[in-house]
Design a protein around this ligand. Structure first.
Ligand SMILES: Nc1nc2c(c(=O)[nH]1)N[C@@H](CN(C=O)c1ccc(C(=O)N[C@@H](CCC(=O)O)C(=O)O)cc1)CN2
Length: 288
């Protein structure tokens, strides 16, 4: 079987071009879409991610303001800053880069963001909207995975078995809900699952989001299955790799996403989509 690659870089470039068009349309009406990015501390990976988010934004015409704070920032100061950004009509999206330093309560911080500016889709209101099929911001990583499936013609997953490996609030759980909304029969596997392979072997779509290298190997995959790798790990040589044993699984799968160049760029692209959406919604409510 010849595996096909789902190229996240190429798809993300298409999405950025669409966002650039929507941004230009808003700018023509005198509205500058604006994303505020907050980074607390000096986590090296987070520093790279926020820089690329700001660069992607600028590339599509969105204004991005990157605010960096020391790891010692008190929670009260962070909450005050978020309140000020919530009140600023010129800011359409707010994101706080995760993980936060241990003394900061991530849930409290996320809940402080106004739901209409929650472009990460992490607020409880966004989670509730996803669960009930209401309009709201979708978390960028699973949203990007769904776009990847759609790009290969998998819009309706009726009759398909999907397995999500991982149950985090920002990937696994929303991923399962999005697959369910696309009519898949969904199983969520996790560290407490007794026989992971027994589930993955039945799956037409597998999303690996366990944060563990080689959690999915060739013998665990049904021939022709679609494999989406959300993992972001380092191998023994420090090389970036996903959760999937790429070289093994590519021999069996029908479609597979690479790491790097797969889900990562799509996560960033969907942030831009949510941000332009937030700015468009704000402009519509302002003109009502
Ligand atoms: N506030 C948020 N925090 C975090 C999120 C998030 O969506 N919102 N997700 C992850 C990290 N993340 C985005 O912030 C992210 C990680 C990786 C990539 C990416 O483009 N990866 C590249 C490789 C980059 C490299 O070389 O290191 C790729 O896969 O090709 C984008 C976004 C946790 N925190």
């Amino acid at each position: 079987m010849t595996v096909q690659l789902i190229d996240g870089n190429a798809l993300a470039a298409q999405i950025r071009a669409e966002v650039a068009g929507r941004t230009a349309a808003l700018k023509a009406r005198g509205i500058q879409p604006h994303l505020a990015i907050i980074l607390v501390g000096d986590n090296p990976a987070s520093q790279v991610y926020v820089k690329s988010k700001a660069a992607d934004s600028e590339q599509t015409g969105l204004k991005a303001t990157l605010e960096r704070y020391p790891a010692s920032l008190p929670e009260s100061a962070l909450l005050e800053r978020i309140a000020a950004l919530n009140a600023d009509a010129g800011v359409h999206g707010i994101l706080v880069q995760l993980p936060l330093p241990a003394h900061l309560n991530a849930s409290r911080v996320i809940e402080a963001i106004a739901p209409e500016k929650d472009v990460d889709g992490f607020h409880i209101a966004s989670a509730g909207a996803l669960m009930t099929g209401q309009p709201g911001f979708r978390p960028c990583t699973p949203y990007g995975c769904m776009k990847m499936l759609q790009s290969i013609g998998m819009n309706d997953l009726r009759g398909k078995n999907a397995v999500v490996i991982g149950r985090s609030n920002i990937v696994g759980k929303p991923m399962a809900l999005m697959l369910l909304a696309a009519n898949a029969t969904v199983t969520v596997c996790h560290s407490g699952t007794a026989s992971l392979a027994a589930f993955t072997r039945q799956a037409d779509v597998i999303v690996a989001a366990a944060g563990q290298r080689k959690v999915l190997t060739a013998g665990m995959v049904k021939p022709g299955a679609v494999v989406i790798d959300v993992g972001m790990n380092r191998d023994e040589n420090g090389k970036l790799c996903g959760d999937v044993d790429f070289e093994g699984v590519r021999q069996v799968a029908g479609w597979i996403t690479p790491v790097p160049g797969g889900v990562g760029p799509m996560t960033r692209a969907m942030l831009l989509v949510n941000t332009i959406e937030a700015a468009e919604r704000a402009s519509q409510s302002a003109s009502r």
